[in-house]
Write a protein that binds this ligand. Structure first.
Ligand code: F6P
Length: 350
């Protein structure tokens, strides 16, 4: 029997984290296991705060019932670099022992899962729930927050395309996704955007300009280019300063490419009167979870607690063939994430 369970959210916040915490809390309450919320990811276990309530907080039903559909994460979140150091992990294990916490639910992405794996090796039973908007984990068909993030982007792009249409202007829209272009691809396909640029596929500025010119030649004066935040890292070298300054636009030497600069380049390479850029940013992370994300959170939270209750640990919960499942953390982390290259090619060619 677990004396207490802990729950934490870690890494970038994602819509549905609160819903998952609520499900963990309701399940723990049903099975008669007290629940401790750990604040700011693994940091809460390092006991850095002078007031213990800033690190650890008993989670009662009244609290969690209020937060289920709230955006953000009530427990706060952080990336905890110290946790890579065994010394700090020892402190964390000591905190858990002192608090009589016998199992931990970790809601986060791959970095957070690596921390959970280390804790399991030190004798602390852990279960992971994939909480990240990026959908960058190979073992699961969905991560908590991805569906919400895509829907936010779809609504934004639809509005942007309406204005693009009114003015016959192309648009560049940047969505999130550091190493994974899933948000960009789903957004582009769902909105009929003509061009999508992702980190998984190396690309050149000239190629994108050629695609935009092709759209213009076909009479499409308002194409949308959806780019993933991480795509600038896989762009072939381009002399931004040289190009812009030789086309009458001020720029400072060494300035990195960005959505705004990219729109300026496209406008000049394709002879457009105007091309605008929009960066959707944290609206994707701070949105209210969709029904799909909330449902996954509900099932995943309950499964995580049941696994701990039944003495099963070192696992992550996910979704395969539309069903909530679990598998060992190691195996899950080793699964390669497949990017849908066929859909990407189709999106860029129609
Ligand atoms: O992992 C989610 C994510 O939103 C990525 O898409 C993005 O690159 C990263 O977090 C940015 O994180 P932050 O804004 O916390 O630096």
């Amino acid at each position: 029997m677990m004396r207490k369970i802990g729950v934490l959210t870690s890494g970038g916040d994602s819509p549905g984290m609160n819903a998952a915490v609520m499900s963990v809390a309701r399940s723990a309450s049903l099975y008669g296991i007290p629940l401790i919320g750990i604040k700011r990811g693994y940091n809460g276990l390092l006991r850095k705060s002078t007031n213990i309530r800033d690190d650890l907080q008993e989670l009662h039903m009244e609290t969690v019932l209020d937060i289920a559909d709230a955006p953000g994460t009530y427990l706060r979140t952080a990336r905890c670099l110290e946790f890579m150091d065994p010394h700090y992990r020892e402190i964390a294990v000591n905190t858990l022992q002192a608090m009589e916490i016998d199992g931990l639910v970790v809601i986060g992405g791959d970095g957070s899962f690596n921390g959970a794996k280390e804790l399991c090796e030190m004798g602390v039973p852990c279960i992971g729930i994939p909480g990240t908007i990026d959908n960058d984990l190979g073992y699961t068909e969905m991560t908590l927050g991805f569906d919400t993030a895509v829907n936010v982007c779809v609504n934004a792009v639809r509005a942007i395309r309406a204005t693009s249409r009114s003015h016959d202007r192309p648009a560049v829209v940047e969505v999130m996704g550091r190493h994974c272009g899933d948000i960009a691809l789903m957004t582009a396909v769902s909105t009929g955007s003509e061009i999508v640029v992702v980190p998984e596929v190396p690309w050149t500025v000239e190629q994108v300009a050629a695609k935009l010119n092709k759209q213009l030649a076909r009479g499409n004066t308002r194409a949308t280019i959806v780019v993933a935040e991480g795509c600038w890292a896989t762009m072939a070298p381009f002399d931004l300063y040289g190009f812009l300054t030789s086309h009458g636009k001020q720029c400072y030497e060494g300035e990195p490419m960005s959505a705004v600069r990219f729109a300026s380049v496209m406008k000049r390479m394709c002879g457009m009167v105007e091309a605008r850029a929009s960066v959707i940013g944290y609206m994707q992370r701070g949105a209210e979870p969709t029904a799909r994300d909330s449902t996954f959170a509900f099932e995943a939270g309950n499964l995580a607690v049941r696994l701990l209750r039944d003495g099963i640990s070192n696992q992550v919960v996910g979704m395969q063939k539309g069903k909530v499942m679990y598998m060992p953390i190691d195996k899950a982390l080793a699964c390669k994430k497949n990017f849908n290259r066929n859909l990407y090619d189709l999106a860029n060619s129609l």
